[in-house]
Design a protein around this ligand. Sequence first.
Ligand code: GDP
Ligand code: IMO
Ligand code: MG
Length: 429
Amino acid sequence: MSIKSSKITVIVGAQWGDEGKGKITDFFAGEADYVVRFHGGNNAGHTVIVDGDTYKLHLIPSGVLYDHPISVIGNGVVVDPAALIKEIKYLQDKGVNPNLKVSDRAHVIMPYHIEMDIALTKHQGELAAGSTKRGIAPVYGDKMYRHGIRTIDILEPDIFREKLEKAFAFNQTIIKAFGHSSALDKEKIYEDYLDFGKFLAPYISDISVDLYNAHKDGQSILFEGAQGISLDVDHGIYPHTTSSNTVAGHISSGSGVSFRSVNRIIGVTKAYLSRVGQSPLPTELEDTEAKTLRDKGGEYGTTTGRPRRVGWLDLVQVRQAVRTNGLTEIALTKLDILSGFKKIPVCYAYKVGNKTIREIPASLSEFRKSKPLYKELEGWGDLTPDMIEKGFNALPRTLQYYVKYIEDQVDCKITIISMGPQRHETIIR
Ligand code: GDP
Ligand code: IMO
Ligand code: MG
């Protein structure tokens, strides 16, 4: 089913983020009328390469590189207005003028959220997730405390003043209680954010109504997830997660579009895994093995430049992604990076003491003790451009077997194979 006839398609991460969601979203976005982000913020970093040009996106959906689709930032996204304005200008400098709409209900990241993020990470120590320090947990915290500031508020000076007084006092008190000095100037924040509001005003509207009408008119909507299943605040390796729900079902609360008509849910899965930040990582590689894979895969963070931890594919994790997202299919990426490895271990279950488990445990102490059980599969050689043209059956037998093994283990079809970062380096099965 094409994206056009699918009407509502959701693309999510099936691991720890950085699976290649940006590439896969861009691959399909040309067929969509709307491309929508529904959660997370500029903790996300999506790299898209088109005609040899590299674009690094954080808040604006990866459909922005086409003329046609409208890019939407839903209410479930947390927006740092300075970062958004920077991204709009970055794209304009590259000759891309974003056709962008931002929800009037999206919460706004404030400078005190970033200070609070730093204080929290320090306080949480071993239990921290190693945040991107973009203010994500504190802004979602304020949303739940119900003194958050939304994009609509920075267009309304009186309400903004009223809310800022409460939120500023609350955050400053906690930051200082943790022993951090804070030199933030409330009046400067007030003025700066009203200026951001003036810049962003033409983009801000009730996007839920637009999306509802678009859907009724038979237009197609593509949702682009951020992060991945193990970072989901409910289903992930809590507390080493982010602070939003990454699962596909969250499109409804994060954009106001009902899940009733979703046809396709694509889980993007890297052929190995990477992790930026702190948590146990059962299949993690160490030392030179890690360095080889990290350098070959270019595994350095798009957002922070941090070296990503790397490991073998973990099907316990992907199994959970299939179940909790209701994946209709998987897009398997970065198969080219595994070329040349003689043996490719794939984790199909964990050993915890003398128990074998096939699902991610809720218990952090069990997860810390989880040891991967591997099936060793045969590797493959170089993947050549003619294989992309000829399709799946032209791929090395060992790679075809690798794909089938994953499908059997997680009970989900792999319909999209990505063999390079560029839009055309993709096989549809
Ligand atoms: P996202 O956060 O899920 O969008 O992923 P990122 O963009 O942060 O990281 C994925 C990286 O892998 C980017 O640099 C992509 O350009 C690159 N990439 C995506 N798919 C492929 C692929 O199939 N092969 C290779 N070699 N690189 C890929
Ligand atoms: P994309 O969309 C990889 C990780 C951070 C940290 C944890 C919490 O590019 O896949 P936060 O700043 O959200 O409070 O950090 O989540 N993290 C990501 N890791 N890719 C991302 O996004 C991530 N967004 C957050 O490293 O461990
Ligand atoms: Mg990323």
